[in-house]
Design a protein around this ligand. Structure first.
Ligand code: CA
Length: 225
């Protein structure tokens, strides 16, 4: 899918782009509102990720103007922490969803995918990830192994979803932290190990084949055998 990111915080813009490119999207960046509006108004994107506070033209104005121009591209608005006003205004000017900063990259990916699915409603969209007898259902927010429902916390679910999106791929602790924890958080170096331990307890413990593997010197991966 073709995604536009309008965000003046360069570090965040590049991080979001990297994560979406890893998800096989093609991504354009605009670092100010005027350029963002010009690109968004072309109507050639599948999703626009729009920051509210931008130089030259703010995100609310861009969104309102896009809708006035008849551009129906789904908009995911990035709002400031706890700003209820931003959220309400954002939805009023025609944004489809919003994400409060700071957010975890896995949450951004989940919102983007939800918007893409909503856009393609009517098609048989596959909202499940499966590895061996482990099934993660994103729509129902449900995980089953061998048919048995497994209770996961939000963070455990996000970690498992991230790993299942990259089956068989050795993921470093840094990649996992970037995707699953908030980008502004000084994550403890062992937070990944702790959460992998929780996940193993829940999805591998008591089953004949462990799906989560330690990759010595790198990190972790999930695979069927
Ligand atoms: Ca900004």
């Amino acid at each position: 899918m073709h995604i536009l990111i309008v965000e003046d915080e360069q570090h965040l813009a590049y991080l979001v782009r990297r994560v979406l490119v890893e998800e096989r999207h093609s991504v354009d960046l605009a670092h100010d509102g005027a350029m963002g509006y010009e690109l968004a108004a072309s109507g050639t994107y599948d999703i626009v990720i729009l920051d509210v506070m931008l130089p030259k033209m703010d995100g609310m104005t861009i969104c309102r103007q896009m809708r006035a121009d008849g551009v129906l591209t789904p908009v995911l608005m990035l709002t400031a922490r706890g700003s209820v006003e931003d959220r309400v205004t954002g939805l009023n000017v025609g944004a489809d969803d919003y994400l409060t900063k700071p957010f975890a990259m896995a949450e951004l990916v989940a919102r983007v995918n939800a918007l893409l699915r909503r856009r393609e409603r009517g098609f048989d969209t596959n909202s499940q990830l499966q590895i061996a007898d482990l099934v993660l259902d994103m729509t129902r927010h449900e995980v089953r192994r061998a048919g048995k429902i497994i209770d996961l916390t939000a963070k455990e679910f996000a970690l498992l979803e991230f790993m299942m999106r990259h089956p068989g791929q050795a993921l470093t602790r840094t990649q996992i932290i970037d995707a699953v924890w908030r980008y502004d958080m000084e994550a403890l170096s062992n937070v990944v190990d702790i959460y992998i331990h929780y996940l193993r307890d829940k999805i591998d413990h008591g089953f004949p084949h462990a799906l989560i593997k330690t990759v010595r010197g790198i990190g972790y991966k999930i695979e069927a055998s």
